[in-house]
Design a protein around this ligand. Structure first.
Ligand code: PLP
Length: 360
């Protein structure tokens, strides 16, 4: 069967070049006589892989030397607890901006450990916009401010990073990781699960400024203690070796395409094709205010549940899969991460046009 265009929000498409390279190296990784899945995480060969992956991250994301790059497990959701355990240990207070389900989950997890405060929320309009905040909105004593940068379910993104003054800013970048340049120095920590834009599910990358480390509460589980993980170079226990290896291949793919500014250009081009069509269509409409639209996740509706269902079904029959929207938004959602080729979006829009003609 031909490969489909997979618009899944995650796990999602990986670059075909990466899959081919992984297949080529599957049985014998660079003359080692074994697959990366089989080798010791303490071996020289794997040490080369994890070091190279970190080096590529630093190069491509322009990560300063005073930040640690950690390869952890447990997904983004585990960091929802690890973040308060590691950092909510000064005033015991933290400010959260609620822009959707992932931010909400992080907030409720933090509420178990301290005084988490929802500073702003866009729940009033089904998270279809990013609430504006000013520096004065945040509690000067807060141990950190937390945001979800790109809201996978609702299709919004921060185009401007909130000004939190001296309060450390932490961002979940799971669904916009490596999609465009990001000024890491504006953050005390950024992190994300890999399965949206980086690698298969199983590795979580945490990029943390060094001065944030060493403040964890005594009760912090060893595995969730960022300082212990940093001191062990992500090898305190067995790391997700295979996922780290695929991360390396994806980073090489990004580097060879010209890095994150090239990625941004490509992603803007793809998103524009879809948004331009949504803005001109009489049948399909985007659900997000134009100024906060994500480049990665594009939710849209027809206004009729019946027509939405028909579209999702016929799209799948034509090779555009996983395009059904999240149940809290309804309609459709096209996730167009880095690995989605431009032709995938062009063909989807052509299909949408045809569907509109046939059904109106
Ligand atoms: C998918 C996603 C998560 C959850 O990730 P897991 O790795 O499944 O825990 C958290 N935040 C955002 C923004 C996501 O897109």
């Amino acid at each position: 069967m031909a490969r489909v265009y997979n618009f899944s929000a995650g796990p999602s498409m990986l670059p075909e070049e990466v899959l081919k390279k992984a297949a080529e190296e599957m049985l014998d990784y660079q003359g080692s006589g074994q697959s990366v899945m089989e080798m010791s995480h303490r071996s020289k060969v794997f040490d080369g892989i994890i070091k190279e992956t970190e080096k590529l991250f630093r190069e491509i994301m322009n990560i300063p030397d005073n930040y640690k790059v950690l390869f952890l497990q447990g997904g983004a959701s585990t960091q929802f607890a690890a973040i308060p355990l590691n950092f909510m240990n000064g005033s015991g207070k933290a400010d959260y901006i609620i822009t959707g389900q992932w931010a909400k989950k992080a907030f409720s997890e933090a509420s178990k450990y301290g005084e988490a405060r929802a500073v702003a929320s866009s729940a009033d309009k089904t998270f279809s916009y990013i609430p504006k905040t000013k520096r004065e909105d945040f509690d000067k004593d807060a141990d950190y401010v937390y945001i979800c940068m790109n809201n996978t379910i609702y299709g919004t993104v921060y185009h401007t990073i909130p000004d939190t003054g001296d309060i450390p800013l932490i961002a979940d970048i799971s669904s916009c990781f490596l999609s465009e340049p990001l000024d890491v120095t504006k953050f005390a920590m950024v992190y994300g699960g890999a399965q949206k834009n980086v690698a298969p599910a199983g590795v979580t990358i945490c990029i943390i400024r060094e001065d944030m480390l060493g403040k964890a509460r005594d009760i912090t589980p060893t595995m969730l203690n960022y300082k212990i993980q940093a001191d062990g170079d992500s090898l305190y226990n067995t790391p997700p070796c295979w996922n780290i290896y695929i991360t390396k291949l994806v980073l090489e793919w990004i580097r060879d395409l010209g890095g994150l500014s090239a990625m941004k250009e490509r992603n803007e081009k793809k998103a524009k094709i879809l948004y331009d069509f949504l803005d001109s269509s009489k049948m399909f409409h985007g659900t997000v205010v134009p100024e906060d639209r994500s480049l990665m996740n594009v939710p849209f509706v027809t206004g009729s549940d019946e027509l939405d269902a028909k579209f999702v079904k016929e799209a799948a029959e034509n090779g555009f899969v996983n395009i059904k929207g999240h149940r809290t938004v309804g309609g459709m959602r096209a996730s167009i991460y880095n690995a989605m080729p431009i032709e995938g979006v062009e063909k989807l829009v052509a299909f949408m046009k045809k569907f509109e003609e046939e059904n109106s």
